[in-house]
Design a protein around this ligand. Structure first.
Ligand code: ASP
Length: 333
C-alpha cells in the first residue's frame, strides 16, 4: 500500500524527471530529448521575419532566448503599419487600442499585461511585471499605472489609418472575426496580427513571448488568449515551448499552448502536438468552424519545430542562421 508520504516522494521524483526532459507518468515515454545544436527562433505569420531578424541579432552573439524574444516582439509593436500589434493596432469597438502581451523564460518565470492602453511595448511591460513585481499579470488601469511608474512613455496608439477603418466599421458594426486576417493584404497594405515568438539560445535555454492588440473591434475590456500563460504561450525548459494565434476564446478553452507542451512531453512531435490541441478544440464544437482560425506553433527543446492550424493560410518564420525560412502550416479543415 502506498502511504501519503510515498506518494509525495514519487510525485517529486516524477516532476523532476519531467523537468529534465525524462519520462512522463501516464503517457507514452518520449525518452530524453536532447538539447538543440544551436540557437533558433521561430515566430507566427510571415511578418515574423523582421522579428526573427532582431531576435537573431541577440542569439547569434550568445544572448539569452529571453532577450531575443523580447527584442523580436518589439519589432511589430513599434510598426505603425502592423494593425494588430502595438502602435497602429486596430481598436476595440469603442475606439480604444488595448494590448495583451506576455513573456516566459527558461526558469518558468512569467509576466503578463492585459488590456493595456497607451504603451507601445506591452511585451517589455510584461517583462517588467515578471522581473520587478511579485505578480504574474497586471490588467487595465493598474497595468498602465505600473508602466508609467517604470518609465514607459505614454502614446496615442490609434493611428489615423486604424481610426478611419474603425469609423467605417462603425457604420455597420457587425462583429465577425475574419480568418487569416493576419496575412491578408487588403488594398495592398499589410494586415498582420498576433506575434508569438519562441527561441532556444546557445546555452540550450528556451524563452517565449506573445503580443497583440487582440481581435479588431472586440468589446471594450475583452481579453484574449495572448496574455494568459498556458493559453497564448507556454515554456517548459525540459520539454519545449508553444504559442498560439487566432481566435483567443477557442485557445483559452483548452489552455492551448500548455496543452501543446504537455503533448510534446508525452512523446508527440511538435507538429502532432499542435494538431492534437486543435482536435481538442473541434471536439468542443459544433460551430461554424469555417469562420474560425486558430494556429499553434511549437518548438521542442532539441530544436525540432512544428505547427498546425484549423484553416489553410497560417504561416510562420524559422531562423537558425542569417536567413529566414517561411513555412506554411498544415491544416485540419
Ligand atoms: N489571439 C489573438 C486574440 O484572440 C488574436 C489573433 O491572434 O488573431 O486576441
Amino acid at each position: 500500500m502506498i502511504t501519503r508520504r510515498d506518494f509525495l516522494r514519487l510525485s517529486t521524483l516524477f516532476s523532476g524527471a519531467a523537468l529534465a526532459g525524462g519520462s512522463f507518468a501516464g503517457g507514452r515515454s518520449p525518452g530524453a530529448v536532447g538539447r538543440a545544436e544551436g540557437p533558433l527562433v521561430i515566430s507566427t505569420w510571415d511578418f515574423g521575419q523582421a522579428a526573427n531578424a532582431a531576435a537573431w541579432g541577440i542569439l547569434a552573439q550568445g544572448g539569452t532566448a529571453l532577450d531575443a524574444v523580447e527584442a523580436g516582439a518589439r519589432v511589430p509593436e513599434a510598426d505603425p503599419e502592423n494593425q494588430s500589434v502595438g502602435l497602429g493596432g486596430r481598436p476595440d469597438r469603442d475606439g480604444h487600442v488595448t494590448l495583451d502581451a506576455c513573456i516566459m523564460d527558461a526558469k518558468g518565470r512569467c509576466g503578463s499585461v492585459a488590456a493595456l492602453e497607451h504603451i507601445v511595448h506591452a511585451v517589455s511591460v510584461a517583462r517588467a511585471v515578471m522581473e520587478r513585481t511579485p505578480h504574474v499579470m497586471l490588467a487595465g488601469e493598474g497595468a498602465l499605472q505600473f508602466a508609467l511608474e517604470q518609465g514607459f512613455a505614454k502614446h496615442d496608439l490609434l493611428t489615423e489609418k486604424s481610426r478611419r477603418e474603425w469609423q467605417e466599421w462603425l457604420k455597420e458594426a457587425r462583429y465577425r472575426p475574419v480568418p487569416n486576417i493576419e496575412n491578408a493584404l487588403p488594398g495592398g497594405g499589410r494586415n498582420h496580427d498576433t506575434i508569438g515568438i519562441l527561441a532556444v539560445d546557445a546555452a540550450g535555454d528556451l524563452g517565449g513571448a506573445c503580443t497583440t492588440s487582440g481581435l479588431a473591434y472586440k468589446r471594450h475590456g475583452r481579453v484574449g488568449d495572448s496574455p494568459i500563460i498556458g493559453a497564448g504561450l507556454y515554456v517548459d525548459n525540459g520539454v519545449g515551448a508553444a504559442t498560439a494565434t487566432g481566435v483567443g476564446e477557442e485557445v483559452v478553452r483548452i489552455v492551448g499552448s500548455h496543452t501543446v507542451v504537455e503533448r510534446m512531453r508525452a512523446g508527440d512531435t511538435p507538429e502532432e502536438a499542435c494538431k492534437q490541441a486543435l482536435e481538442r478544440i473541434l471536439r468542443l464544437g459544433p460551430k461554424a468552424w469555417r469562420d474560425v482560425q486558430v494556429g499553434f506553433l511549437a518548438l521542442r527543446r532539441d530544436g525540432v519545430v512544428g505547427a498546425y492550424a484549423l484553416q489553410d493560410g497560417f504561416t510562420y518564420a524559422v531562423r537558425s542562421g542569417p536567413v529566414d525560412e517561411v513555412r506554411r502550416a498544415p491544416h485540419l479543415l
